[in-house]
Design a protein around this ligand. Structure first.
Ligand code: AHR
Length: 501
C-alpha cells in the first residue's frame, strides 16, 4: 500500500473558483451541432429542433459557458450566413474540416440553445479570413440595443433584445499553419489589439481573449505569447491555452503524467504574462483561458479515411475509455490548483466531437469522461485551498518525475462544505492518505465517490452505457476521527470525498 498526505490550512488560499473553468465548446465540426445539439424533425427534439436528451445531459454537467462557433471553423466563418430566414441561408464549402456547412443552425439558434442549457455564450470572431470590421459588425448585431443597421437586422430576425454576449475570443489558433489566415505573432498581436479596441469602443463591458499557442509543442511557443501580449496587453483580458493528450503509445503511466505537463504549461504561460506586465510597468493582470483541453487521439486513424465535402460526418468521435476519465479528472484538479490565474477553461468539446456526451438517432449517453467533469463541475465550486500533496513519485518518459497522487481541496465557506478531489495513478497499489482537518470543526463525511474499473480500456456505449460509472465507496475507505481524515484511494481510481458541517 502506498502512503501519502494532503495538507491544507483554511488561511492559505489559492483563490476563488471562477465557475467558467467548467466551460465547454461547440464547434461547427462533425456531428457536434447537427445531430448533436440540433436535429430538426427528430422525435427527440423540441419545437426549435434542439435535442432534448442532449440538453438534459448538458444541464446535468452544469456547464456555465460554451465557446462557439470554433475552433478552426471560425477562421472562415461568415456570421451573416448563419442568421435570418433559414431558407435563404447559403450552403458553403467549409475549408477547415473539408465539409459542407448548410448554416441551418447559426448564431441566434446558438444563443437560444445556450439559454435552454442554462449556459452563457463565449463567442469567437473570425480573424483568419476577416478582421476588425466584421468583428465590430457582429458585436453590433449581438449587443447593440437598436437604431443601427446591424442591431435592427437582429430585431428583424426576431430578436428584439440584445444577446449581451460579454466574452469574446479574438480568433482561434492563429499561430497554426493549418489555420485559415494564420499569422506571425506580430501580425496577429496588432490585429487582435485593434479588433479588441473597436469592440470595447462599441461595448466597454466585453472581455477579450487573445490566442496563445495552439499547443506547448509549437516551435513558436513562448515568443508567440510574449509578442502577442507586447502588442495587445492593454486591450486583452485573457490569453488562451490549448492542449490535447493521448495514449497512442499504450504507456498508461506516461499518459496519466500528462497532468504534470498541463501544470507546467500553465505555470509557463503565467510567467510570460507577468513578464510582459513587468516590462510595461502594467497594473493589470492577464489571466488565462484554457479554452481547449481534453484527451484526443482515438479517432485519428479513422478520420484519415473521411470522404470530403459531405455534411456533418462522424468526425473526431473519440470513444473514451476508463483511463481517459482518470486523466480528465487529473486535468480538472490541475485547473483548480491554478484557480488564481485560470479563470476560464473549456473542455473540448461537448457533444459527439471529442466529447463527454454522444448521440445517435435513438438516444444520448454519457462517455466515461462525463463523470469526473460533471462531479467536479457540480461540487468543485468555492475557494481552492492551497493544497500540499506529499506523495510518492514515479519517473515518466515524457514529463520526468510525476506524482502518484493528484489532489486538490475546495472549500465553500458559506455552505460549510469541503470537497477533496484525488486521483491515485498507481496501477498496482492502493494508497492510504491522511489529511488533518481539525481546523474544519464540526465537519463530517457526507460521501466518498469513486470511479474505478478493472479494465483501463472499458468504455460506455449506447447499448452498454453504464460500464464505467461512479459508485459510493464503502465506509472503511474514508474515516474522520478527531478531525483527522484517513482515506484509502484504490489503485487507478478517481475519488471525491465530500464533507459538510
Ligand atoms: O477541437 C478541435 C480542434 O482542435 C479545434 O477546431 C482547433 O482549435 C484545435 O486544433
Amino acid at each position: 500500500m502506498k502512503k501519502a498526505q494532503i495538507i491544507v490550512d483554511k488561511y492559505f488560499l489559492t483563490g476563488k473558483t471562477d465557475k467558467r473553468i467548467y466551460g465547454s465548446f461547440i464547434e461547427h465540426l462533425g456531428r457536434a451541432v447537427y445531430e448533436g445539439i440540433y436535429q430538426e424533425g427528430s422525435p427527440l427534439s423540441d419545437e426549435q429542433g434542439f435535442r432534448k436528451d442532449t440538453l438534459e445531459l448538458v444541464r446535468e454537467l452544469q456547464v456555465p459557458i460554451v465557446r462557439y462557433p470554433g475552433g478552426n471553423f471560425v477562421s472562415g466563418f461568415r456570421w451573416e450566413d448563419s442568421v435570418g430566414p433559414k431558407a435563404q441561408r447559403p450552403s458553403r464549402p467549409e475549408l477547415a474540416w473539408g465539409v459542407i456547412e448548410t448554416n441551418q443552425f447559426g448564431l441566434n439558434e446558438f444563443v437560444d440553445w445556450s439559454r435552454k442549457a442554462d449556459s452563457d455564450v463565449m463567442m469567437a470572431v473570425n480573424l483568419g479570413t476577416r478582421g476588425p470590421e466584421d468583428a465590430k459588425n457582429l458585436l453590433e448585431y449581438c449587443n447593440f440595443k437598436g437604431g443601427t443597421y446591424y442591431s435592427d437586422l437582429r430585431k428583424a430576425h426576431g430578436y428584439e433584445q440584445p444577446h449581451d454576449i460579454k466574452l469574446w475570443c479574438l480568433g482561434n489558433e492563429m499561430d497554426g499553419p493549418w489555420q485559415m489566415g494564420h499569422k506571425t505573432a506580430a501580425e496577429y498581436g496588432r490585429v487582435a489589439a485593434e479588433t479588441a479596441r473597436l469592440m470595447k469602443f462599441m461595448d466597454p463591458e466585453v472581455e477579450t481573449v487573445a490566442c496563445g499557442s495552439s499547443n506547448l509543442e509549437m516551435p513558436t511557443f513562448g515568443s508567440w505569447e510574449y509578442t502577442v501580449l507586447d502588442e495587445a496587453y492593454d486591450q486583452v483580458d485573457y490569453l488562451s491555452l490549448h492542449q490535447y493528450y493521448g495514449n497512442a503509445a499504450g504507456d498508461t503511466a506516461d499518459f496519466l503524467a500528462s497532468s504534470k505537463g498541463m501544470d507546467d504549461f500553465i505555470s509557463g504561460v503565467v510567467s510570460i504574462c507577468d513578464a510582459v506586465k513587468a516590462k510595461k510597468h502594467g497594473k493589470k493582470q492577464i489571466n488565462l483561458s484554457f479554452d481547449e483541453w481534453n484527451v484526443w487521439y482515438h479517432s485519428n486513424e479513422q478520420d484519415k479515411k473521411l470522404e470530403k465535402w459531405v455534411q456533418a460526418p462522424h468526425q473526431l468521435e473519440d470513444v473514451y475509455n476508463f483511463e481517459d476519465a482518470l486523466l480528465v479528472g487529473s486535468m480538472l484538479i490541475t485547473l483548480l490548483r491554478h484557480a488564481d490565474r485560470v479563470k476560464i477553461a473549456c473542455m473540448a468539446q461537448l457533444v459527439n466531437v471529442i466529447a463527454p456526451i454522444m448521440t445517435s438517432d435513438t438516444g444520448a449517453w454519457r462517455q466515461t469522461i462525463f463523470y469526473p467533469y460533471m462531479l467536479t463541475s457540480v461540487f468543485g465550486r468555492g475557494t481552492v485551498l492551497n493544497t500540499q500533496v506529499l506523495t510518492p513519485i514515479y519517473e515518466s518518459k515524457t514529463y520526468g518525475e510525476a506524482p502518484y497522487l493528484d489532489s486538490v481541496c475546495v472549500w465553500d465557506e458559506e455552505k460549510d462544505t469541503l470537497t477533496i478531489f484525488a486521483v491515485n495513478k498507481s496501477m498496482d497499489e492502493d494508497m492510504e492518505v491522511s489529511c488533518d482537518l481539525r481546523q474544519f470543526e464540526g465537519y463530517k463525511i457526507v460521501e466518498h465517490i469513486v470511479l474505478n474499473n478493472d479494465n483501463l480500456q472499458a468504455v460506455n456505449t449506447e447499448t452498454q452505457p453504464e460500464n464505467v460509472v461512479p459508485v459510493k465507496a464503502s465506509a472503511e475507505c474514508s474515516k474522520l476521527d478527531g478531525g483527522k481524515l484517513e482515506a484509502v484511494f484504490a489503485k487507478h481510481s478517481w475519488n471525491m470525498i465530500r464533507l459538510a458541517k
